[in-house]
Ligand binder design. Structure first.
Ligand code: ZN
Ligand code: ZN
Length: 587
């Protein structure tokens, strides 16, 4: 039902400029009113959600801790319903494009919050919701405040920590085993963070350590509570709540979180079809590669074996662990040059990407990620964080380096940096809307990064891959398809786990036998599927909708279609859902 409501909003949004006769004065009045409304809304949102505010770089409420009890949930519901009422009094038909999409994003956010509290109810079953470690770190890592001030805010935040964890204990009536284990693990991380970095900060300003000691005791006490609850439930044979949220909640979460033109079921069916296409393509490529580059080795009779062995052989071409970061630094300018030469998108040279070793407070897992400046620090640096491989055993390092071999490392750089996440973030930061920054759509953000992988391949990136004097086009395409297959299987796994009650064995069979993943990678992905819902669908959904939009416009505009203009126009909307962008761009 609510999906229909949103579509109704969307249709009126799209038709407003063509069908409705309106005076200029009306529009300005209403847009000005809406701007004022947005300012009030954002101020109130931060006041009501101080920890969220802190995470976005808005530090006015750093010292406020909301106790997660019934009273605060009732207040939260009242907040959402009252702003939904206010929205209902505004006429979306009178708003310009930017404001009309902001209207729809705010409405979706408010409805999602109501749904979370009344239907999804993670406060009852996900103990990892209760952890102040991240907020303390966000406060202390704020570059724009003096340490004395930050320590004072941390003290304020931790003052009521006992009430906070006591409320959490009351809430957790039906925990899942998986989220209980996750909570224990993450809370232990918080304990060690409070004992080291946070403690050092307080000592540095000669602050009072008593509140910190109390916070450590409260956190350890909450860990004991979770461990005790787990032991007691196991002893008495009380079943944990199933981590699978089931069809109804999954479909609803998909609607609110992904905000796609398609339903969860449509995307799932599309992923199944794409998997078959990719398997066919990969078999063709592997056979071609075998004939040309691997002819001395007997060809396996089974097609899947042939693909698997081709991937295993090609994956052996990788950099050494010492050269991992250097190789990323070497590739970034090559990607920038290619994007420029092929006229794919304008990249502002004044906003360079800084490649750095992953900072210690992020460390733990090797890998790569982008740290973008938040909406309140738009001119801050964008960092490409490269995880250290130093702690790995030789075997672990070898496995990791085969996964991120000379070919997939290029796809990773396209995805994370150029023209993927980094380029999208530079454009999103130019969007004037704070709403699109704080309510940014994950499917748009991930979809863009996944789309650019395919776009770069289509534009001829594989021909650039020359290793030991030979062009490695087949290798590059095969590894790209393997990488892309992972995205496709993320959707299939997520959907089947939560909607079709898949077991771990079924999941590992998909990932290892049909997507050529190593056991460690597949196990990690299964764990993620047990702990999250819908997020694993965001990559393929966003990618599919961007790709569709491009193909539609190509067909419609024929010779007038310009790829660079398409990319720049698409990104100019900020991180808005494609379902809002597509109707405007298709007009
Ligand atoms: Zn090796
Ligand atoms: Zn990504």
């Amino acid at each position: 039902m609510q999906k229909k409501l949103l579509y109704a909003v969307l249709v009126s949004l799209v038709s407003c400029t063509s069908n409705t006769v309106k005076t200029k004065k009306d529009t300005i009045t209403n847009n000005a009113q809406f701007d004022a409304f947005k300012n009030r809304f954002v101020s109130a949102l931060w006041k009501a959600n101080p920890q969220w505010a802190t995470s976005q770089g808005f530090h006015d409420y750093d010292s406020v801790l909301i106790i997660p009890n019934v009273t605060s949930r009732v207040a939260d519901l009242a907040f959402n319903n009252s702003y939904l009422d206010s929205l209902n009094q505004l006429d979306i038909n009178q708003l310009d494009q930017n404001n009309a999409t902001d209207f729809a994003l705010i409405q979706n956010q408010l409805k999602q919050s109501v749904w979370s509290i009344t239907e999804y109810k993670a406060h009852e079953w996900n103990p990892s919701n209760y952890n102040i470690g991240g907020t303390v770190a966000e406060i202390l890592n704020n570059k724009n405040a003096a340490l004395t001030m930050k320590v004072a805010n941390v003290n304020g935040l931790l003052r009521n920590i006992n009430n906070y964890y006591n409320a959490a204990k009351q809430n957790i009536t039906t925990p899942t085993l998986e989220h209980t284990d996750l909570a224990i693990q993450q809370l232990q991380g918080t304990v060690s963070y409070l004992e080291t970095s946070a403690k050092d900060s307080i000592i540095a300003v000669k602050g009072n350590l008593l509140i910190l000691k109390n916070a450590l005791d409260a956190t350890n006490n909450f860990i004991d509570f979770l461990q005790g609850k787990k032991t007691e439930m196991q002893k008495n044979n009380v079943a944990f709540k199933n981590f699978r949220i089931g069809k109804d909640l999954f479909f609803a979460k998909f609607k609110y979180e992904i905000q796609a033109q398609s339903t969860a079921e449509q995307i799932y069916k599309r992923a199944l079809k794409r998997k078959e296409e990719l398997n066919t393509e990969m078999a063709t490529l592997a056979a071609h590669w075998w004939k040309n580059k691997n002819a001395k080795v007997p060809l396996p009779a089974n097609k899947k074996e042939m693909v698997r062995e081709a991937i295993a052989t090609i994956s052996k071409t990788h950099v050494s662990r010492q050269n991992f970061q250097t190789e990323i630094e070497r590739e970034i300018p090559l990607l920038t040059a290619f994007v420029k030469q092929k006229n794919l998108i304008y990249m502002d040279p004044a906003k360079p990407l800084v490649v750095r070793k992953e900072p210690e407070w992020m460390a733990g897992v090797a890998g790569a990620s982008i740290s973008a400046p938040g909406p309140y620090d738009k001119n801050g640096n964008t960092y490409y964080n490269v995880g250290s491989l130093a702690a790995y055993s030789p075997e672990e390092a070898e496995s990791y380096l085969r996964e991120y071999n000379q070919y997939t490392l290029q796809i990773l750089n396209i995805h994370e940096a150029i023209p993927g996440h980094y380029a999208q973030l530079v454009y999103a930061n130019q969007s004037p809307s704070i709403i699109k920054a704080i309510l940014g759509n994950g499917a748009m953000i991930e979809g863009w990064a996944v789309y650019t992988e395919r776009m770069m391949m289509e534009e001829g990136w594989a021909k650039n891959t020359v290793i030991n004097g030979t062009v490695q086009e087949d290798e590059m395409w095969l590894m790209y398809y393997k990488w892309h297959l992972r995205v496709v299987c993320n959707t299939i796994l997520d959907y089947n786990t939560h909607v079709n009650n898949w077991t771990k064995a079924q999941a590992l069979n998909l990932l290892m036998n049909e997507a050529y993943q190593e056991k460690a990678e597949a196990e990690g992905k299964w764990r993620r599927a047990t702990l999250t819902q819908v997020q694993l669908c965001s990559y393929f959904t966003g990618y599919s909708e961007i790709y569709d939009l491009r193909q539609t416009l190509k067909t419609k505009q024929q010779a007038n279609f310009n790829l660079k203009e398409f990319h720049e126009k698409l990104l100019s909307f900020g991180s808005a859902p494609i379902k809002f962008i597509a109707p405007i761009m298709s007009k």
